[in-house]
Design a protein around this ligand. Structure first.
Ligand SMILES: Cc1ncc(COP(=O)(O)O)c(C=O)c1O
Length: 426
């Protein structure tokens, strides 16, 4: 499109005008789009060894063990435990941190439902707190929701945005609690120069298909606390102490576990993808910077408040407009222009990332015949769709634009043009 056409293209495509965004990416995925020869070589190598079980190998030849070492160098914690999903990482980490039956675990009202489900899986009660204009956990509401039963706070670095970690750590320490960072969507993000995951008492990551890098399925628990690591490791494998018999003396008495082991097939894929992570992030950050520079002067939109812009992963641009109706119309109009965009809350659309739609939490449903752990919840714990009004009000007014490392400059410039055009026209 010529400069001339751009300047005069003011009629919205949604109203029959000329769309202004060329070159829409075919895929908005991150890690999966980068799968190539390196991944094929690592996975093939793992297959050729004809042994996909990490504990029946020397760690030097296990792709999973190598992945843990490589991840440890990036996240800079003393311990890294690979597991088979982000959800199992959350469960193992909560066990590692001593979360027990009937404890309260504070989670944000805007996160993937697994953050709350993991608390239930360890017999704890999720207490849902508000987010603020950062679209991450509001430290003020967290403090309000602390009770004598609270054990753990779980900030979630949603869509790559670092949470307000100074404030959240201060609340955590003030009340003698523990903090687990859910970094599933923020692999490689940082806060004031420290890798996300290394700030709290433990952190978890996911390598599921939609994440910044993927292992097919997979996750890790990271921590500097040896006993948290050993407890998580024991829980991730019911026979962990047996495999470790000749390798490592445990400082804790082993207890029951499940099977959350990562296979060397997933470990091999994760290892190859990890080498690409920082290149993916550099592209995402450059794209987001260009977009922000192109729209930050607009008066009709207010950008997400980013607690540490330098540490943002750049997987999405989010902004607020004045009303829910405008957010929906804005997103529709952007899509018609040829880009991807969505409003962030719709009561009629069951989005697994918003507490409002977490029916099995709202209705206290359990697979257990006795309803475990719900009978243990204190009377003060309340669930209903109006329980976090600030969260739904913010999400209703928010528009999100997903970003991918493969977006061309022409596309990004078209997105800037579209946001400006829609903002002026609506
Ligand atoms: C914020 C968040 N936490 C936890 C998870 C759970 O990870 P997984 O799907 O690997 O179990 C996900 C993603 O799926 C997530 O986005």
């Amino acid at each position: 499109m010529t400069e001339h056409a751009i300047i005069h293209n003011t009629a919205l495509a949604i109203d029959g005008g000329l769309p202004c965004v060329p070159d829409k990416p075919n895929s908005y995925l991150h890690g999966p789009q980068e799968i190539g020869d390196e991944e094929i070589a690592e996975v093939t190598d793992a297959l050729r060894k004809q042994n996909l079980f990490r504990f029946l190998k020397d760690p030097a030849t296990s792709a999973t063990a190598q992945f843990e070492t490589a991840f440890q160098k990036k996240v800079l914690t003393e311990h890294v435990l690979a597991v088979n999903s982000g959800t199992s990482a959350l469960i193992a980490a909560m066990i590692g941190l001593g979360v027990s039956t009937g404890d309260e675990v504070i989670v944000p009202g805007y996160t993937y439902i697994a953050t709350a489900a993991a608390a239930l899986a360890v017999g704890a009660i999720p207490v849902i707190a508000e987010i603020d204009q950062s679209l991450t956990l509001d430290p003020v509401d967290v403090e309000r929701k602390i009770t004598p039963r609270t054990r753990l706070i779980v900030p979630v670095h949603m869509r790559g945005a670092p949470c307000q970690m100074d404030e959240l750590m201060a609340v955590t320490r003030r009340h003698g609690l523990r903090l687990l960072e859910d970094c599933a969507q923020a692999n490689g993000g940082s806060y004031h120069g420290r890798p996300l995951g290394s700030i709290g008492d433990a952190g978890v990551f996911s390598f599921q298909h939609f994440k910044i890098i993927t292992a097919g399925e997979g996750g890790v628990v990271v921590t500097n606390d040896r006993s948290v690591y050993e407890r998580a490791a024991c829980y991730h494998d019911s026979a962990y102490a047996f495999w470790m018999e000749k390798r490592q003396k445990l400082s804790i008495a082993p207890f029951l576990g499940e099977n959350y082991r990562m296979s060397d097939l997933n470990g091999a894929l994760a290892l190859a993808q990890l080498r690409k992570r920082d290149t993916i992030l550099a592209s995402l950050r450059a794209i987001k910077k260009r977009l922000i520079n192109g729209v930050s002067d607009l008066s009709g939109i207010e950008l997400q408040n980013m607690p540490d812009p330098a540490g943002d992963c750049g997987v999405a641009l989010a902004f607020f407009v004045e009303s829910s109706e405008r957010a929906k119309r804005f997103a529709q109009a952007l899509r018609a222009e040829g880009m991807s965009a969505g409003s962030m809350f719709d009561a009629g659309f069951p989005d697994r990332h918003v507490f409002y739609h977490w029916d099995y939490v709202m209705q206290r449903r359990s697979p257990d015949r006795h309803g475990h752990p719900w009978p243990l919840a204190d009377d003060s714990v309340r669930y209903d769709r109006d329980m976090c009004p600030a969260t739904t009000a913010l999400l209703r007014r928010a528009v999100a634009v997903p970003l991918t490392q493969r977006m061309s400059q022409t596309h990004v410039d078209g997105c800037i043009q579209a946001i400006r055009k829609v903002n002026a026209a609506l």
